[in-house]
Design a protein around this ligand. Structure first.
Ligand code: FMN
Length: 136
């Protein structure tokens, strides 16, 4: 199974979770400016949430993804206040014709005085468990 992990992370929280997921899949997590070559069975795509939305850069990136080459996308996210960036990310992925898994991963991510210490060890452990469950 060909697996890729890509993330958009302004302050490193989502990158931490991306690394945990990628490790379980035996691949290296990369930022979204790293292109995807060839066919992919599963793309884990992660982001933080900024000003109650995903970043325009991630929206532009999603427009470059080829639904004929990527079988399924699994979304993961971090945020300080909202419960998830899943719905916002899914909307753009589906508009691009991509299949999005119903399963998502989300954990708190610190921002200024909010959610200090997150993602923490427990968040990372849950991300690893999530990845293993998805990968079967
Ligand atoms: C510019 C900026 C805007 C943010 N806006 C929100 C927001 O609207 N809602 C929210 O829940 N968290 C918000 N956050 C917190 C981030 O979603 C949280 O810190 C997340 O873990 C960041 O992920 P990253 O470190 O991968 O960039 C914001 C963070 C930044 C830096």
């Amino acid at each position: 199974m060909m697996i890729e992990v890509r993330y958009y992370s302004k302050t490193g929280n989502t990158a931490t979770i991306a690394d945990a997921i990628a490790k379980q899949a035996g691949v290296v997590a990369k930022p979204i400016n790293e292109p995807i070559y060839g066919e992919v069975d599963l793309l884990f795509l992660g982001t933080g949430l900024y000003a109650f939305d995903i970043d325009p850069e991630l929206k532009d990136y999603i427009l470059t993804l080829n639904p004929d080459k990527i079988k399924k996308v699994v979304v993961f996210s971090t945020a300080a206040i909202v419960k998830s960036a899943y719905e916002k990310t899914k909307k753009h992925l589906q508009a691009q014709g991509l299949t999005v898994s119903d399963d998502e991963y989300h954990c708190p991510g610190h921002y200024m005085i909010l959610r200090k210490g997150h993602p923490n060890g427990e968040d990372i452990k849950r991300a690893e468990q999530f990845a293993r469950a998805i990968l079967g």
